[in-house]
Write a protein that binds this ligand. Structure first.
Ligand code: PLP
Length: 437
């Protein structure tokens, strides 16, 4: 059976690996090695010249990591992937692979805070300008574009607003101009298939749902293989002009025999080689373990979150529930167009009694963990106004979608009755403390 016709549940367990050739091991072994014996000098020369693909040094590739890369590429319908040390490294390399000093990209304003900092400060200091636009109107991307725009960037399901990104609309603006859309799909793996809607590149923090057990930091970049990087060569100079760091290779030409993988090979053999954020083989193994049950878990996260959203909507102390399945208008249309089989595990809500109620609620939780994380199998909660967003002014907090009483839940896969019981007792405790005050 060709893997192309297999379902996600099957690919998650089988894609990219069928028993270890050396030992027959069924579980993917952890190849904890830095380097690899070359069969002979000719083979070594071919590997360095990219005439053959194979193992050279674990900073650039590793057999355990290779399975993770092949598996995510199969699941997303991409041509190839690159694993890196964190989601942050994935976002940084995905952009740096195309944009150089004096170039720009256009990004949605609705971003994970770490990505925001990377874009607003670190990339800017390196000479790459990030132009932030409101994704509610996809035309904002076109308006911010100029001759040096190298990519568009957005998150499928950004929190705290949980307003799904207009993937097709923005991809369609970029494609004829030679501008690829990079999508961070961390919060909606498997539920969203950004390549089906025109995205060129997907990035993930595997730290979240893919790993799923809160044990290991990691990231992935996936190349959809369908973007025409040479449609407008002047638009993508990094892939269309000789690269002095790799004996003058013009990437769109140099790797043609290997398939439509110019973007991802360049990221591996230049940026990963030079900057060095390699994923450890052990963390690749952990991400593979997570991936194997992701189809089951993401369904359960979604089911539980839907029930939590419904419960919260009936509670007297909750003034608003933020959840893709409860939105209306254009936001809901996008949620339904891009999320299939569930709306994901994230739920936001606002407590009527503001900041103090938010803190009291968090302090009263017994089952939910109070952490700055999402996507763990366990249920997690945070009060952004007193933690992740506390450095922002009230106006900036509001612009990001955070109010005083906003609570973010990453709903886990415990039994739904236990999840709701914990929320109920914490809401009760937050309400009682207010009455006593
Ligand atoms: N993208 C999103 C949507 C995230 O939520 C995070 C982390 O919270 C990242 C990227 C960064 O990932 P990492 O923490 O693995 O570097």
């Amino acid at each position: 059976m060709s893997t192309q016709s297999q379902h996600p549940e099957t690919l998650a367990l089988h894609a990219g690996y069928r028993a270890d050739p050396a030992t027959g091991a069924v579980a993917v072994p952890i190849y904890q090695t830095t380097s690899y014996q070359f069969a002979d000098t000719e083979r070594a020369a071919n590997l360095f010249a990219l005439k053959e693909l194979g193992n050279i040094y674990t900073r650039i590739m590793n057999p355990t990591t290779d399975v993770l890369e092949k598996r995510i590429a199969a699941l997303d319908g991409g041509a190839g992937a690159l694993a890196v040390a964190s989601g942050q490294a994935a976002s940084a390399l995905a952009v740096q692979n195309l944009a150089q000093a004096d170039d720009n990209i256009v990004s949605a304003t609705d971003l994970y805070g770490g990505t925001w900092n990377l874009f607003a400060n670190t990339l800017r200091q390196q000479g790459i300008e990030v132009r932030f636009v409101d994704p509610a109107d996809p035309e904002n991307f076109r308006r911010a574009t100029d001759a040096r725009t190298r990519a568009y960037y957005g998150e499928t399901l950004p929190n705290p607003k949980l307003a799904v990104f207009p993937i097709r609309e923005v991809a369609d603006i970029g494609r004829p101009l030679g501008i690829p859309l990079i999508i961070d799909n961390t919060a909606a793996p498997l539920l969203a298939r950004p390549f089906d809607h025109g995205a060129a590149v997907i990035v993930y923090s595997t730290t979240k749902y893919i790993g799923g057990h809160g044990t290991s930091i990691g990231g992935l970049i996936v190349d959809g293989g369908s973007f025409d990087w040479s449609l407008a060569p002047e638009r993508q100079p990094a892939l269309n002009t000789p690269d002095p760091s790799y004996h003058g290779a013009v990437w769109v030409e140099a790797v043609k025999p290997l398939g439509p993988v110019a973007y991802i090979i360049k990221a591996r053999v230049t940026l990963l080689r030079d900057l060095g954020p390699a994923l450890s083989p052990f963390n690749a193994f952990q991400a593979i373990q997570g991936l194997e049950t992701l189809p089951l878990r993401i369904r359960e996260h979604s089911r539980n979150a839907q029930a939590v959203a419904a419960y919260l909507a009936t509670h007297r102390d909750v003034s608003r529930v933020i959840y893709p399945g409860r939105q209306d208008g254009e936001a809901r249309r996008r949620a339904d167009a891009y999320l299939k089989g569930g709306y994901g595990g994230l739920v936001g809500f606002e407590l009527r009694n503001g900041h103090d109620a938010g803190r009291r609620f968090i302090d009263a939780l017994r089952l939910f963990y109070h952490v700055a994380n999402i996507g763990d199998a366990r249920s997690l909660a945070i009060h952004p106004a007193s933690t992740t967003h506390s450095q922002l002014s009230a106006a900036d907090q509001a612009a990001t979608g955070v109010s005083d009483g906003y609570v973010r839940l990453s709903v886990g896969i415990e039994h739904i009755d236990d999840i709701i019981a914990d929320l109920a007792q914490a809401l009760d405790a937050a309400g009682k403390a207010r009455l006593a005050a």
